[in-house]
Structures are given as structure tokens and as C-alpha cells.
Design a protein around this ligand. Structure first.
Ligand code: ADP
Ligand code: MG
Length: 698
């Protein structure tokens, strides 16, 4: 179909019309964007049904002559139009209408109307049907209904898509051998063009169910291509990094690493030994390590990180250790520093701290230590990777809770080796990545997994109770305190209102202080200065404080083995992995520990479906891997990844839960393509990622 250039051209002329602006806002700029903007659903306008044959309650298209048209005031002002199609008549009823509608629907006009056919006493009726003047041929494909916005009419968008499909370059990027292997994997449309044609304008006899559930060959083709693009970009990133150079850090016998092992108050678990070896191997190579160390809360990742640091320092390089918040950095790494510092002293090396709240003078001292290389280990928050921080020779960066760091921050680490080399990178996370995600979004990341807890831990018992039973919970706290144990009480962060958040916690603090006479109840919240926070934390750590009320979730990163009860208020407001992390703060000693999830249903209502699923998952399992799987189920990969700021473009069409066969194919295909068909690989990436492809190369 020929299109007037003014309506279909997606490249912006000087002044954009309102619908063009709306299109740009939806990200529909290039022809390929429009070609990949797929319908939400379809309407069948390919057939006209005779009223005599139509079924009441179904959506049908009819065509007839207007025999009567009038505005009535039966309760409400309404336009009633009688349509006679020769087999029967039907009343079209409109409660909202314009003079132009009345004009089109004038007596004698021949009209095509589409809507739900209702039967009844007074004969057939249709309420607010879509209508137009009859004439012209019936379309021979289903009519697409696109996702759109208020400023962008369907008809305009449809034309734009038709125009884009006619112009867009969809030449085959799959080499014949890969196409053949794809066809062995799934039933797929032979070309991308055909696949898009079918998805935008399906034939009237298409299997609608297959279109809807994504099993249709047109969908399979599209998803396979999308996954291929994603795998290509991941593989490219990996290859580019493999071309970089890092300092090789050999593991020396009788070096710092062995000394640290000997100084530890416990033996490593088998899993810790295994991942330690994986990391040591990476460090020994001249290629920068890019590894994720995953292991459940309490599985002992910090020791493994310390051992890696020992290797780097032993080789004469510097190591940086970062956590998302100051308190976490401090609490988390105090042990590690306690182990390493005595070993560094004889070498004339020191540990430097860098935090946002440091005094100028102290900071200047630290910066000098880092620049001179005297600081072998640098510990802190993001402050560590700010521009002013110049390392003498950084070889290894360790990042705790990696999902809280953005890609940009990780990139900022580059160029801090003090030379042309890249530092090795080890990220730690307590939220394991399910296998399909590891294969797709994190394909360029090596993963080490600690899959066992240190011995002697008793499993945590988790209970869900309504806020109505608050008094029982307080009684339980009393019981724990009487046994010499300590208790955490977490109030949720209320995003919309920091003040409200604070007043809740303050009220809870007052309530508990009153209910538990003789017990020191502490309060920790986001408005406190680091010094104040530190003071509260240390009272809790030393055991003088029985209960710690806290608003700021992440800052409960403490390691207090004597704490045996965790109460989480408004647990329904937390994410699943957050709840799991919080729960991991107890059960660190041998004592039996419990986690109480208190919920408050909305007034007069029930908790939402997903909130209930989350709480149920918490009760049913203590296993971080199982939690991560369920989290992925509940939230879907988009949100799951969103929290991780992966920087990788999300999949629009493929679904990792159902399309693993295509993912497997795409992984293989990406490798073959980069090796044997680099030009096609580039074309494929440009088509699918557009401007994002450049970002990946940066
Ligand atoms: P996470 O993986 O959550 O960072 P940590 O490294 O903080 O876990 O370790 C949790 C606790 O277990 C710490 O007190 C740590 O000293 C202790 N720990 C680590 N490894 C072992 C081990 N192999 N045996 C006994 N205790 C261990
Ligand atoms: Mg940790």
C-alpha cells in the first residue's frame, strides 16, 4: 500500500506533528523500531456476518443500510441508529457521540459496524460499536491493535507500521548453517520478514492461541533472533575483556595467603576451598578476572575475599574492598581487617579507610597512603572509586553486594591500576542468579558458588503473624532477652516519606522501651550521623543492648552471633531477597533462631497475591537459591534484573522461563557467528540493539 510520506516517515523532519512526537516518546524512531512494535491483540474485520447467522454475545462485523436515526432522551441522551442488513435489523446505541457521527450515520448510508451483538426483546443491539462507511474491500488480514498512547491514534500507528515494514531492511543475518540448526531446534518462520508480517497482519485463519502464547513459528523466529542478539553482545563484551591485560598475581607458597589460612579461627568449608581455588586461578592469569562469588547469607564469602586480597597484596599490589554503605563496610570488613592487619604490619603495609563522612584531614592522609602504595588494602564505600582516589598500583577490586553497584561505578574502577593494566574484579552477592539468567544476562560473567554453610548452624524457624498479635511478639522478645539473647526489630523504609518512616520507627522504639523495662532498646535510622550509628551498633555488638530497632535495612549488616530473633514489621512491604538477607542476620551462632514476619493487611482487606507468595516462600525455605528462583517466578526477569542495574538491555520478546531451548541455540550460534560470520554478527547486533550496541562497545 502506498503511503503519504508525511504520515509514515519515521525520521524526524524539523517540526514533528503531535502523533510523531507521541511515537518518538514510545521509542518508535527508526523503521525497525516500528517493525518490532507488535500488536497487543487483533480484531477480525475480514468478514461480514449476516445478522441472521450471527451468535448473540459474540463480536461481529455487520454491514447494512441505516433506516432510522434519532436522538432520544430515555434517562440519558442517546443516539439510536437502526441498521438493516437484509437478513434482520440491529440497533446501534451511542451514549456519547458528535455531530459528525450523526452525519455519517444518516438514513440511507451504508455502514459497516463492529461490536458485541446483544439479543433481547427489542431485537439485536450493539452498544458503541466501531463503525465506518461501507465500501472498499474487506481487509484480508486480522487488524492489529497496538500498544499506544493517548496522543497516538491506532489508525496512524497502523499506517506507520505498514510504511516501516515496506521500507525496513530485513535481509537475512543468519548464515544458512545456523538457520538450519535453528530449524532443528524449533518450528520457526523461514525469514524474519515473514515472521513480522505474520505478527502484524496475521491471516484470518491463524491459530490465535499460538500467537497469544508465543509458540507460533513467527514468535519463535523473533525470540530466537532477539536472544541471539543478546548472546552476541554478551560474547563480544567477554571477548573484548579477554583482550585486556591485568597483572598476573601468582599464589606463592608460604606467602600471605597461607599465613592468613593459619590465622583463621576455623577451617574452610569444602565449598570455600573450591571457590578459593577458582579465584586464585583467575588471579594468576594476565586477563582481568570478572567473577561473581555467590553464596547464601552467612556462607562465608568474606573469608574468601580476604584470601584473594592476601594473594594480591603478597604479589606487591593493592586491593580495594567496597560495600554499599558505610556501616556495612565497617561491620562487614572489621573481621577481615582484624585477620589481615597483623600480617601486613611486618611488611610495613597498612589498611586505609575511605568514606563519605570522613574529615578532610583524615581523608587527605588516607589518599596519601593510597597514592604512595603504603596502603595495601583500601576499604570503604563508593568513595573508593571516586576520581580523586589515585592508587599506586591497584590489582584487585572486591565488591560486596554487587547488585547495589551500577555498571558505571564498576567501569570507574578501570584505569586505577596505575598503568595500562586493568584490575581484577570479584563481586560478591547473597542473591544467587538462577541458571537461565546466568546464561543470558550474565553470560559474560564467571560465577563461583558457595553452596554450603559452615558447620554448626541451626536452621532458622520463620513464622508469619498478623500485626494484631503484636503483644505475643513482644512477650517472645522478653523470653529471648531472659535467656541472654538479643533481638533485631526492623521497620520498613517508607519510600514516599522519610519522615513517616522515622516516626514509625521512633514510635516502635518508644513502645518497646516501655514494654520491656530494664532492657536497653536502641534505635538506628537513616538520619543519624555515622558516628551516632556507630555508637548504637557497638552497644549492640557488645551485648549491652537487648533490642535494636532499625529502619535502614541494609545497615543491619552486622555479625552478632548472639542475636537469635529477627522481627520484621510490615514484612509484606519487603522484597523476597531483602527478607532473606534480613533473616540471615540471625542464626549465625549455634543457638536456635527465629524470624517473625509481621504483616498488616490493608484496612478491611487481604494481603495482595504476591505479598502472600513472598511470605509463604520465606516460611517454606531457608535456601537462598530456592528463594532466588521463587523471586524470579514472582517478579519476572525484568524486575528481578532491574534491581541489579545490570545495564544489559532487557528481553522484550523472549521469555527465559519458556524459551530455554532457544536460549541454548542462541548461545551456540553466537559463538559460531562471531568466529565465522563476523559481518553478519555486526549487522544482527545493529538491527537489534541500535544505539545500545555502541554503548556495549564503549
Ligand atoms: P557472608 O557470606 O554472608 O558474607 P560471612 O563471610 O559474613 O558470610 O560469614 C558469616 C560468619 O561465618 C562469620 O562470622 C564468619 O567469620 C563465619 N565463618 C566463615 N567461614 C566459616 C567457616 N568455614 N567455619 C566457621 N565459621 C565461618
Ligand atoms: Mg557478606
Amino acid at each position: 500500500m502506498a503511503e503519504p510520506a508525511a504520515t509514515a516517515a519515521p525520521t524526524p523532519p524539523k517540526a514533528l506533528s503531535a502523533p510523531q512526537k507521541a511515537m518518538h516518546k514510545l521509542g518508535l524512531k527508526r523503521d525497525i523500531d516500528l517493525a518490532l512494535h507488535l500488536p497487543l491483540r487483533y480484531e477480525d474485520e475480514t468478514r461480514v456476518m449476516a445478522l441472521r447467522e450471527a451468535r448473540e454475545g459474540s463480536v461481529v462485523q455487520i454491514e447494512g443500510t441505516v433506516t432510522h436515526s434519532e436522538v432520544q432522551y430515555r434517562g440519558r441522551r442517546q443516539l439510536l441508529v437502526t441498521l438493516d442488513d437484509g437478513s434482520d435489523t440491529c440497533t446501534l446505541r451511542f451514549f456519547s457521540f458528535y455531530p459528525s457521527h450523526q452525519k455519517t450515520l444518516a438514513v440511507g448510508a451504508r455502514i459497516r459496524a463492529r461490536g458485541e451483538l446483544k439479543g433481547g426483546f427489542a431485537g439485536y443491539t450493539m452498544l458503541h460499536p466501531a463503525f465506518k462507511l461501507a465500501g472498499g474491500e474487506l481487509p484480508n488480514a486480522l487488524t492489529p491493535i497496538y500498544p499506544t498512547s493517548a496522543q497516538l491514534p491506532q489508525a496512524y500507528l497502523r499506517k506507520a507500521v505498514v510504511g516501516a515494514l515496506a521500507r525496513v531492511d530485513l535481509r537475512e543475518t543468519l548464515p544458512p548453517d545456523l538457520l538450519a540448526s535453528l530449524q532443528r531446534t524449533a518450528r520457526v518462520s523461514p525469514t524474519l520478514r515473514e515472521s513480522l508480517q505474520q505478527l502484524h497482519h496475521p491471516a484470518p485463519d491463524v491459530a490465535l492461541a499460538a500467537l497469544e502464547d508465543g509458540s507460533h513459528s513467527a514468535w519463535q523466529r523473533l525470540k530466537a533472533e532477539e536472544l541471539l542478539a543478546q548472546q552476541l553482545s554478551q560474547a563480544l563484551a567477554k571477548r573484548e575483556r579477554d583482550a585486556l591485560r591485568a597483572p598476573a598475581l601468582p599464589l606463592r607458597r608460604e606467602g600471605l595467603h597461607e599465613q592468613l589460612l593459619a590465622a583463621l579461627p576455623f577451617a574452610l568449608t569444602a565449598a570455600q576451598r573450591r571457590v578459593g581455588e577458582e579465584i586464585a586461578l583467575d588471579l594468576g592469569r594476565q586477563v582481568p578476572m570478572h567473577r561473581l562469588l555467590q553464596g547464601d547469607v552467612g556462607s562465608g564469602k568474606t573469608v574468601v575475599a580476604a584470601l584473594a586480597a592476601a594473594i594480591a597484596i603478597d604479589a606487591g599490589w593493592q586491593c580495594a574492598l567496597m560495600a554499599p554503605t558505610e556501616i556495612l563496610a565497617e561491620q562487614h570488613f572489621r573481621k577481615l581487617i582484624g585477620w589481615l592487619e597483623p600480617l601486613l604490619e611486618p611488611l610495613g603495609k597498612r589498611v586505609a579507610w575511605l568514606t563519605g563522612s570522613q574529615k578532610k584531614k583524615q581523608r587527605a592522609e588516607m589518599l596519601a597512603l593510597i597514592a604512595s602504595g603504603e596502603a595495601a588494602l583500601v576499604v570503604g564505600t563508593h568513595a573508593v572509586i571516586q576520581d580523586q582516589v589515585v592508587f599506586q598500583r591497584l590489582a584487585l577490586a572486591l565488591i560486596d553486594e554487587q547488585h547495589r553497584f551500577g555498571v558505571a561505578q564498576r567501569l570507574a574502577l578501570r584505569g586505577k591500576t596505575g598503568g595500562a593494566l586493568e584490575p581484577h574484579l570479584l563481586m560478591m552477592s547473597a542473591t544467587p542468579i538462577p541458571r537461565t539468567l546466568a546464561m543470558s544476562y550474565y553470560a559474560d560473567l564467571d560465577v563461583s558458588t558457595i553452596d554450603e554453610l559452615p558447620p554448626g548452624r541451626t536452621p532458622i524457624v520463620t513464622k508469619v503473624v498478623s500485626d494484631a498479635r503484636r503483644a505475643e511478639v513482644v512477650a517472645r522478645i522478653r523470653g529471648q532477652i531472659d535467656e541472654g539473647r538479643q533481638v533485631y526489630w526492623v521497620c520498613p523504609l517508607i519510600e514516599e516519606s522519610e519522615a513517616l518512616d522515622l516516626s514509625n520507627a521512633t514510635a516502635t522504639h518508644a513502645e518497646l522501651s516501655q514494654a520491656l523495662p530494664g532492657v536497653l532498646v536502641g534505635l538506628l535510622h537513616s538520619r543519624m550521623s555515622p558516628a551516632e550509628k556507630k555508637a548504637v551498633m557497638s552497644l549492640f555488638e557488645q551485648g549491652q543492648m537487648g533490642v535494636l530497632v532499625s529502619t535502614t535495612v541494609i545497615e543491619v549488616g552486622v555479625d552478632v552471633p548472639n542475636a537469635s530473633l529477627m522481627v520484621i514489621e510490615h514484612a509484606e512491604r519487603f522484597g523476597l531477597s531483602q527478607l532473606h538477607q534480613l533473616r540471615g542476620r540471625v542464626g549465625r551462632g549455634a543457638a536456635a533462631s527465629a524470624c517473625v514476619l509481621m504483616y498488616s493487611p490493608p484496612e478491611g482487606g487481604r494481603l495482595g497475591e504476591t505479598a502472600r507468595e513472598r511470605l509463604k516462600a520465606m516460611v517454606e525455605t531457608n535456601d537462598g537459591f530456592e528463594i532466588a528462583r521463587r523471586d524470579l517466578d514472582i517478579r519476572g526477569p525484568g524486575e528481578f534484573l532491574g534491581a541489579r542495574q545490570s545495564g544489559a538491555p532487557l528481553l522484550r520478546f523472549a521469555d527465559l522461563a519458556t524459551d530455554t531451548h532457544l536460549l541454548d541455540w542462541a548461545r551456540e550460534a553466537a559463538r559460531t557467528m562471531l568466529d565465522q560470520h563476523p559481518r553478519e554478527a555486526e549487522q544482527h547486533l545493529a538491527r537489534w540493539l541500535g544505539s545500545k550496541a555502541e554503548y556495549l562497545k564503549a
